[in-house]
Design a protein around this ligand. Structure first.
Ligand SMILES: [Zn+2]
Length: 502
């Protein structure tokens, strides 16, 4: 069995006064969490323990009992009568933050050592522990009860005492078949919400290798992520090569314009103050604004990718590896923009992978080398050009492609997406096709004459890639039925699948 976690968000309805209590409850939780973070900093070895042992150790250090009347750092000095489950939630939150801080610090020390060993100047500031705490309160079992579809009782600190209060719930209902985790009280604007993580159990999908090698009808959704207007171009193809659908997900220009504007402000602020650090207060708001817009869009794009895959019953998602960010020249806002766009691609992959898993779809990645330069139909090098310009050479980022060998014409990103999908298939077909080593092109034509007729015949039935449409919009690139995938060419020689190293 496999499992997937999602969060159900529900709006709460409560008396105005209760909102104040929720806030007091959260303030207390953060005070206790900050206290435990301090305890861990004073006893760093706690982090070497298993989670369960760390919890026990921290309770012995702080919690007075009959057997342990004088703990080293009593929690009592911060607050009296903290319910055990509230304390445990705070300890877990503190452990999470401490682990993350400690790993950042370790990485920073390693970078510093390496830089100094190489004789480089070292000016990067060390990570700092959280200065303020603003965590939401999870309600462990014992802190909530009598949950129904429309209400729940929560035990909260009102500022003066612990009290059970009943709140009404509206919004999406909890699915009946899921396992329910600890709900959290979250504040969005002025409204308190209840977020409940749920775990869905399902039978594990078959491994990619099995899906690809045992069923030629397995549908693969391949995604080409871009820095241009089309943030994602997705195609669905079967293992045997039939192209079933295409979707363009746009919005790249808008987000890039937004970032450029904000980064422009940051650059101006820096010139004024002479401050370089990203974390400085005057720019922190602007950074947060960009970050949250990027994150929203990454969620939106990844959700649409997964919807598209589900709609066409794809069982595998495939992206290309991101590779390294190539440093760019130019203005600050331009460099910053492409950096953010690169990060966003990573986030889209991460979110899509996790959303796809909830639909029993497995995600994979392939080697990105030359995915944009190769013809999806015959694997020759293609010509890439802008609309209205002569179809020669290779213009990176241009939207159209033409294959001089097989005359395939189409949208460059759609072609790249198809190549990405084919690369995944080729990975599992390699054992059959790998030997001998892929010959050079000139040799290949000669050798390829031996390719069986059935391959030619089969390919004839495939829809034409040359009908791919250009431009924006969604779902318009769906493959046209009835058109030939590959027209009869004078030579009648199909090129063998080129193979790739992963
Ligand atoms: Zn071609």
């Amino acid at each position: 069995m496999a499992k997937a976690t999602t969060t159900i968000k529900q709006v709460l309805h409560y008396q105005a006064g209760h909102g104040v209590w929720f806030a007091a409850n959260q303030a207390l939780f953060n005070r206790v969490t900050a206290f435990y973070f301090g305890v861990i900093q004073a006893h760093e070895k706690v982090l070497d323990l298993s989670h369960k042992d760390a919890l026990t150790a921290l309770e012995i250090l702080t919690h007075a009992t009959e057997k342990n009347p004088n703990p080293v750092m009593p929690l009592r000095e911060i607050a009296e009568h903290i319910p055990a489950m509230f304390r445990r939630a705070a300890i877990n939150a503190a452990l999470g933050s401490a682990r993350s801080f400690s790993s950042h610090l370790k990485k920073w020390r390693k970078r510093k050592e390496r830089a100094i060993a190489k004789g480089k100047k070292w000016s990067e500031r060390p990570p700092v522990p959280p200065r303020s705490w603003n965590k939401s309160v999870p309600f462990y079992v014992g802190q909530w009860k009598e949950r129904t579809a429309s209400s729940i009782l929560l035990k909260v600190w009102t500022g003066t005492c612990w009290s059970w209060i009943k709140v009404r719930i509206t919004g999406r209902e909890l699915p009946a078949d899921a396992e329910i985790g600890s709900p959290s009280l979250m504040k969005h604007g002025n409204q308190w919400w209840l977020h409940t993580p749920i775990e869905k159990l399902f039978s594990s999908p078959a491994k990619i290798e099995q899906q690809v090698t045992t069923n030629t009808e397995t549908k693969i959704c391949a995604i080409d992520l871009n820095l241009g207007e089309q943030i994602a171009v997705c195609t669905i193809q079967t293992v045997e090569g039939t192209i079933l659908a295409t979707q363009f997900i746009g919005g790249g220009r808008r987000i890039s314009g937004f970032r450029k504007h904000q980064l422009g402000w940051i650059a101006r602020n820096r010139r004024k103050t002479g401050i370089i650090a990203e974390g400085e207060q005057d720019n922190a708001d602007l950074w947060r604004k960009i970050s949250s817009r990027d994150d929203d869009l990454a969620h939106l794009v990844s959700a649409r990718i997964v919807q598209f895959a589900v709609k066409h019953e794809a069982t595998i998602l495939v992206f290309e590896h991101l590779g390294n960010l190539k440093p760019e020249k130019g203005k600050y806002s331009h460099r910053g923009n492409s950096k953010r766009a690169f990060w966003m691609k990573g986030r889209i992959f991460k979110y899509a992978k996790y959303k796809a898993w909830g639909e029993r779809i497995i995600t994979s990645r392939v080697n990105p080398r030359n995915t944009s330069r190769e013809c999806a139909r015959c694997h020759s090098l293609i010509v890439r050009y802008h609309a209205g310009q002569p179809a020669t050479g290779y213009t990176p980022g241009a939207s159209l492609v033409l294959c001089p060998d097989c005359q395939m014409q189409g949208h460059a990103d759609r072609n790249a997406s198809l190549v990405i999908g084919q690369r995944l298939i080729a990975r599992y077909q390699r054992p059959l096709l790998e030997k001998p080593q892929a010959p050079l092109r000139a040799e290949r034509v000669v050798k390829a004459t031996g390719v069986s007729r059935s391959q030619v015949a089969r390919r004839k039935e495939k829809p034409s890639i040359s009908q791919a449409r250009h431009g924006a919009g969604n779902e318009h690139g769906t493959a046209q039925d009835g058109l030939l995938w590959m027209e009869e060419r004078p030579s009648s020689i199909p090129h063998p699948l080129r193979l790739f190293n992963e």
